[in-house]
Ligand binder design. Structure first.
Ligand code: FAD
Length: 383
C-alpha cells in the first residue's frame, strides 16, 4: 500500500529530518531584530536572507514543523518560462529572476540547496494548440522528435521544449536554507500581536512573548492573529500528487502534463486543481484518476503503482498572484502570502525583496506589483 505522505521527507537524511523540528516548543531568542512568522519555504528563505544580509538577529517561528504547509507537499518545479503562456510580464520577470537566484544559491550555499536542472517538455496533440503563443525560449518539436525523447507515448504528439528549468525537493532546499538561521522555534504558533503607535511591539506565541524589532509574516495564507488589522481575500486550492515506484523508463525531465522523473527513477505525477474540495482528506478517486491519466499517456507504464500519495493546499489571492508588501498601516511589519502554485519558485526573490525593504526602509522597485492594496477589502490601519 502506498504511503499517504509526500515523497520528499523520505529522501532526506536523518539529520535533515531532525532539522524540520528544530527548537520544538521553546523560544530561543525572544528579542530578535527580525521575527519571521511561518516556516514554509518563503519564511525560511526570508529568514536566511535576513541573516546573510547581516541586518540583525533573526528568529523564525513555525506552528508545526518546518515545511508543514504547502511547501512540504509541492511538486517543487521551478519553471518560470511556462508562465509566459498564462501570466503577465511582471510575474514572469519575477519568476525568471527567482530561478536565477535559485541558481546563485545552489552555487554559493555550503553543500548547495538541492537544485536539479531539467528540461520541460510540453506535449500537444496538435502544435497549433501552442503555436499562436510562440516564445523565444521554446523549441518546437515535431512528433518524431518527441517520440525519440519519450518512447511509448499512446499517440503522436508535437511538443514545446524549454531547456534549463529546474526542480527541487522542497523540504531539502528548506532544510539547507534553514541551516544558516540561528534561531528557529517549531511547534510555536503566533496567536496575537500588540500594536502601539503603528508598530508591532510584541507577538504572543504559545511558548511565550516575543518583542521583535521587525516582523515578517510568511504564513502561506494571509496571517490571522488577534490584534492584527489585516483582511486580505484569499482561499486555498487543494491539489493531489503521487510518486510512483521506481521505473526503468527514462523521461527527459518534466513531460507535461504527464510526469516528472525524480532521482531514483520514480515518477512524480499530478498536481490536480480540486477546486471546491476543502476537506483535509486524501481522495482515492483523484489518485486513481491521476494514475489512469499516466497509463493513458504512456501505456507501457500500466501497472506501475503509486508508492506515495498526498495532497496539499495552495494559498491563493483572487488574482492568483502573491502579496509582498509592508503590512498596511504598520511601520515595522511585512507580509507575503498567496504564492499559489509558484511559491517554491518565488521564494528567493520574495526573500530578497523583503530583506532589501527591511534593510533600506524603502520598497524595492520589484515590489510595486505585489501590494496588498490591490485588494480593496484590507482595512489598513484600523487600529
Ligand atoms: C499540489 C501542489 C503542487 C505545487 N507545485 C509547485 C511547484 O511545482 N512549484 C512551485 O513553485 N510551487 C508549487 N506549489 C505551490 C507551493 O507549494 C506554495 O506556493 C508554497 O509552498 C508556499 O510557501 P509558503 O512558505 O508561502 O507557505 P507554506 O508552505 O504554507 O508555509 C507557511 C507556514 O506558516 C505556518 N504558519 C501559519 N500561521 C502561523 C502562525 N500563526 N504562527 C506560526 N506559523 C504559522 C504554517 O504552519 C506553514 O508551515 C504547489 C502546491 C501544491 C498544493
Amino acid at each position: 500500500m502506498a504511503a499517504q505522505t509526500a515523497v520528499w521527507r523520505d529522501q532526506l537524511t536523518a539529520a535533515e529530518r531532525a532539522e524540520l523540528g528544530r527548537g520544538a516548543g521553546t523560544l530561543a531568542h525572544p528579542r530578535p531584530d527580525i521575527l519571521v512568522v511561518g516556516g514554509g519555504i518563503v519564511g525560511v528563505a526570508t529568514a536566511a536572507a535576513c541573516q546573510q544580509a547581516g541586518i540583525g538577529s533573526v528568529l523564525l517561528i513555525e506552528s508545526g514543523r518546518l515545511g508543514a504547509g504547502a511547501t512540504g507537499g509541492a511538486a517543487g518545479l521551478l519553471t518560470p518560462e511556462i508562465h509566459e503562456w498564462s501570466d503577465p510580464e511582471p510575474f514572469v520577470d519575477l519568476a525568471r529572476t527567482s530561478l536565477e537566484r535559485w541558481g546563485e544559491l545552489e552555487r554559493s550555499w555550503p553543500g548547495g540547496v538541492g537544485l536539479v536542472e531539467l528540461d520541460w517538455l510540453g506535449l500537444a496533440p496538435d502544435p497549433d494548440d501552442l503555436a499562436p503563443h510562440q516564445r523565444p525560449a521554446v523549441e518546437w518539436l515535431d512528433s518524431e522528435q518527441v517520440a525519440n525523447l519519450v518512447p511509448g507515448l499512446a499517440r503522436p504528439m508535437a511538443g514545446a521544449l524549454i531547456r534549463a528549468q529546474a526542480r527541487v525537493n522542497p523540504l531539502r532546499s528548506l532544510v539547507r536554507l534553514a541551516s544558516v538561521v540561528p534561531h528557529i522555534s517549531t511547534g510555536t504558533p503566533a496567536v496575537s500581536v500588540t500594536i502601539r503607535a503603528g508598530r508591532i511591539v510584541s507577538v504572543t506565541t504559545t511558548a511565550g512573548q516575543i518583542s521583535p524589532g521587525a516582523v515578517v509574516f510568511a504564513t502561506g495564507m494571509p496571517p490571522v492573529l488577534d490584534g492584527l488589522p489585516l483582511h486580505l481575500p484569499a482561499s486555498q486550492v487543494k491539489g493531489h500528487l503521487l510518486a510512483t515506484e521506481p521505473t526503468a523508463m527514462r523521461l527527459p525531465g518534466t513531460v507535461a502534463p504527464v510526469a516528472t522523473q525524480l532521482e531514483d527513477g520514480r515518477l512524480l505525477v499530478g498536481g490536480t486543481f480540486d477546486v471546491g474540495d476543502e476537506t483535509p482528506k486524501l481522495r482515492a478517486e483523484v489518485i486513481e484518476g491521476i494514475l489512469e491519466g499516466l497509463y493513458a499517456a504512456l501505456p507501457p507504464l500500466r501497472g506501475l503503482r503509486a508508492a506515495y500519495e498526498w495532497f496539499c493546499f495552495r494559498p491563493r489571492h483572487p488574482d492568483g498572484r502573491p502579496v509582498i508588501d509592508r503590512v498596511p498601516g504598520l511601520d515595522n511589519a511585512w507580509l507575503t502570502s498567496g504564492h499559489f502554485r509558484t511559491g517554491i519558485l518565488m521564494a528567493p526573490i520574495t526573500a530578497e525583496i523583503l530583506t532589501g525593504w527591511i534593510a533600506d526602509g524603502q520598497p524595492p522597485r520589484e515590489a510595486a506589483a505585489w501590494s496588498a492594496g490591490r485588494f480593496a477589502d484590507h482595512r489598513a490601519g484600523d487600529h
